[in-house]
Design a protein around this ligand. Structure first.
Ligand SMILES: Nc1nc2c(ncn2[C@@H]2O[C@H](COP(=O)(O)OP(=O)(O)OP(=O)(O)O)[C@@H](O)[C@H]2O)c(=O)[nH]1
Length: 826
């Protein structure tokens, strides 16, 4: 960019005029700024070598126009070389274009220069003059510069001398023909042009210089219009535009200026008047009408002008609307990228916490704000471009923004899902810890709360203008909640079934023990009656509780079947325990004992040699042995007492449970058999041996009673001692001794010494009795048969072996039988 030349008088005048016009039209601040401003530096937009400058954006920035949007104007001046174009522009706009040195006379402006007007947001293009000697017959640049100016400028100032008007063959007419031709080419696609609305028109502003006043402006205007019409008619118009008129594309305006050198004051005055039309927006004849604007935002101007110039240089078809669209695309992309970059930096902040599983309470609002900021930044700059392109690019940007935010949204949902699920689980478990709860109530209220919480969190993070959906995630959460609820329910059911089972076990224990302790044909009826009652109660309890578990009919049926099986297994376990070897042996022994050792009245038998020990033994043994098959199989006399317990094999769903190892195989019919033939034989053999032991003991007790000292022996002793008694009475010595004894007895009695003496005597008596008894026994003792000779060595002695088992049986019985009490007393 070239430095401006020293401000001339004209320039200072322009500046001061700008200040005054700014003051009069808008604000004093703007006026002050304008007054203080120096002419802007000019920019060699297209160099002598026809190269486009890379510094336009920089210059626009310096001229404070880069962010002006559409609030700027652009005009270009065309005309023959050295016709005072630069001089006019500098006077009109306070620009700093080079003016020809009078002494040299030659082409001053080469290529195209651009400068900002001093007092208004106006860009002025000074285009190399046509017909110059320097470029000779080469009309190429003239066409290119015309094309370039037409594509960018709202107003084309056509500068010509008065004496050139009417010279149809002159340089200006050639220039105008070129302008018209390129105009048609620019809009050949017909897009974007609407002659009815007047949009995309260009103003041709004819400035007739050195107007001496002899020919009035109106005449000059008519002449020029006639020339223009003739040129227009002679053009080769593109298809579809054959009937078009010049005014479809151009507005035409004409003005004159006096000779600058001959009438300098008048020249300056009229220039000042003309300036008003260019800078004062409120002026009635303000030249920059809206419809002339090329709708290129200032920030897109560098790109646009460069592209246009490239197209011009490569002689490609230059279709202006297409160029505008391309520019819009390019710029919208650039603006979107800039906005997106800022947005991405902002969005990155949320990424880590979300990935770490956090739930960010304000994420929705912050994402929304971030997205709005990005869109606002895009809208601000991009909305000035081609509307359709802008809309398309905006929706692309929105999509991109949403795509960036989507993982955050999904992450937040997932984290919320986890959080809500965990709270649901802990809340349910917490409430299930108490005693008084309704499972269905707990689960449904917590489920509702969890889903509502999730819904609220999801809504908070969902943005408008997205296709994000929370339905799937909500569905997944509901499924996960239901799975946890099912799990809890299964555990609760298990707990409940275990409680019911425990109660049932307790209920059947005592009746079962009592029934089995007194075997008989109706033994099993008692057991099964008690079981039936306990089972009915258990089922009732289950059904009552199952209601609060939301169990379905089908689930209840299955659970009841399982409960029956468990109850039956519990009964079987009790029966197995009660018919275990030691218990069963004790029971049978007890029965045998009752029948063998006690008579019908329940009195213990004292065996005498006359008793039919063998007969009683056989009867008692056979009766007891007959009980073994009774214990071996559950067989009530009343078959209806047998419960209906479904076997797992008959139930496909339970067969599946068995396969999974969740329930054992169960066959009701098989479960009725407590033990088989082999064990029956074993139990019988054992009982026989024990009975044998009792038999031997009975026999031995008979022999013992025979070995007692007979009563008549004492009579014999009295008879034999009669003589000795007479001898004592007749002998004075013995008699005296007897008297002394009697006297001693009297003294003892009188002195009350009988107690201790009786004690001593008793002790002495007991000792004497013991010694005498021992002596007699020894005397009459006969050898007895050894037990080993009578019974098998392996059989336990009844007193030794039976004692602990009997004690065990007694411990097992919760309430001793009357018979047992009797026995123990005995
Ligand atoms: N007769 C006449 N001469 C003028 C007028 N204005 C400027 N000049 C003179 O014309 C000569 C050319 O002026 P420029 O302003 O350099 O003309 P230009 O058309 O910009 O020249 P190029 O940029 O070389 O095409 C200078 O010597 C000016 O003094 C005018 O109104 N009437």
């Amino acid at each position: 960019m070239d430095a401006p030349p020293a401000a001339s008088n004209g320039l200072a005048a322009a500046a001061s005029h700008a200040a005054s016009s700014a003051l009069s039209s808008s604000s004093s601040a703007a006026a002050a700024a304008a007054a203080a401003a120096a002419p802007a530096s000019r920019l060699h937009l297209i160099s002598d070598e026809q190269q486009f400058t890379p510094s336009l954006a920089e210059s626009l920035q310096q001229w404070h126009l880069l962010d002006a949007g559409f609030a700027y104007n652009l005009c270009a001046v065309l005309g023959s070389q050295s016709t005072g174009k630069s001089t006019l522009l500098n006077r009109l706009f306070g620009t700093s274009f080079d003016v020809m040195d009078e002494r040299v006379r030659g082409q001053t402006t080469k290529g195209i220069w651009l400068c900002r007007a001093l007092s208004s947001p106006l860009l002025v293009m000074d285009v190399e003059g046509t017909d110059g000697r320097e470029r000779g017959e080469d009309q190429d640049f003239e066409r290119k510069s015309a094309l370039f100016s037409m594509a960018s400028a709202e107003v084309l100032i056509v500068n010509l001398w008065e004496h050139q008007v009417g010279l149809y063959q002159g340089a200006n007419m050639g220039l105008l023909k070129t302008v018209f031709e390129v105009n048609l080419a620019l809009f050949q696609s017909g897009k974007g042009r609407s002659s009815s609305t007047g949009r995309d028109k260009t103003l041709l502003f004819f400035v007739i210089r050195d107007h001496v006043g002899a020919t009035p402006l109106s005449n000059l205007r008519e002449t020029l219009l006639a020339d223009l019409a003739r040129i227009w008619d002679g053009l080769n118009k593109p298809e579809g535009q054959e009937a078009s008129r010049i005014t479809d594309f151009f507005d035409l305006s004409f003005t004159t200026l006096p000779h600058k050198l001959l009438q300098p004051d008048e020249f300056e005055r009229q220039v000042a008047q003309l300036r008003e039309r260019f800078v004062e927006r409120d002026h009635a004849d303000f030249v920059f009408k809206k419809e002339y604007h090329k709708r290129i935002p200032a920030d897109g101007l560098p790109m646009y002008l460069e592209t246009i110039w490239e197209q011009v240089m490569t002689n490609k078809d230059l279709d202006l609307p297409t160029q505008q669209e391309l520019l819009a695309q390019f710029r919208c992309d650039e603006i979107a990228s800039a906005a997106f970059a800022v947005f991405t930096t902002g969005a990155k902040v949320f990424k880590k916490p979300i990935e770490a599983g956090q739930v960010l309470e304000t994420l929705g609002a912050e994402m929304g704000a971030l997205r709005s900021e990005a869109l606002a930044a895009f809208d601000k700059a991009a909305s000035r471009y081609h509307a359709e392109v802008y809309r398309r690019k905006r929706s692309e940007l929105l999509e991109k923004l949403n795509a960036t935010l989507s993982p955050l949204f999904m992450g937040q949902l997932k984290n919320t899902h986890k959080l809500v699920l965990a709270s649901f689980r802990s809340a349910v478990l917490e409430r299930l810890r108490g005693d008084t709860y309704d499972f269905a109530d707990v689960v449904s209220s917590e489920r509702q709360r969890a889903l509502a919480r999730f819904e609220a969190a999801a809504q908070a993070v969902q943005l408008a203008e997205t296709d994000w959906s929370v339905e799937e995630e909500t569905q997944q959460l509901a499924t996960a909640i239901d799975a946890i609820a099912d799990q809890c329910r299964a555990e609760e059911t298990k707990k409940m079934l275990a409680l019911i089972e425990r109660a049932l076990k307790k209920a059947i224990a005592e009746p079962t023990e009592m029934a089995l302790a007194s075997p008989g044909t109706e033994m099993w009826d008692g057991v099964l009656e008690a079981f039936g009652k306990a089972l009915a109660q258990a089922e009732a309890t289950y059904l009552r509780k199952a209601k609060s578990f939301n169990a379905t009919e089908e689930e209840s049926v299955l659970a009841l079947a399982a409960l029956r099986r468990r109850a039956w297994r519990a009964l079987r376990a009790k029966l197995d325990e009660q018919t275990a070897d030691s218990f069963l042996a004790a029971k049978l022994r007890s029965v045998f004992e009752d029948r063998f050792r006690y008579d019908e009245a329940g009195t213990p038998r004292v065996w005498s040699p006359t008793d039919d020990i063998d007969g009683l033994y056989r009867a008692a043994r056979d009766e007891t042995l007959a009980l073994v098959p009774l214990y071996a199989r559950i067989e009530p006399t009343n078959a209806s007492l047998l419960p209906s317990i479904p076997s797992t094999a008959d139930d496909p769903s339970h067969a599946a449970l068995v396969e999974r190892g969740e329930e054992e195989e169960f066959d009701f019919d098989a479960s009725l058999l407590l033990f088989g033939e082999a064990r029956k034989a074993d139990v019988a053999a054992r009982l026989r041996k024990e009975a044998d032991a009792y038999y031997v003991e009975a026999k031995r007790s008979t022999v013992s009673s025979i070995a007692q000292v007979p009563v008549w022996m004492y009579a014999v002793l009295a008879a034999l001692g009669w003589n000795e008694a007479m001898a004592v009475l007749r002998s004075p010595l013995y008699f005296a001794f007897m008297l002394i004894l009697l006297a001693s007895a009297y003294v003892v009695y009188r002195l009350n010494l009988s107690g201790p003496l009786v004690q001593v005597s008793k002790a002495v008596g007991r000792e004497v009795h013991r010694l005498a008894d021992g002596a007699l026994r020894e005397h009459f003792q006969q050898p007895l048969p050894q037990p080993a000779m009578l019974r098998d060595d392996s059989a336990p002695a009844p007193s030794r072996a039976a004692a602990p088992e009997k004690a065990a049986v007694r411990e097992q019985k919760a309430a001793p039988q009357p018979e047992e009490i009797e026995l123990s007393e005995r």
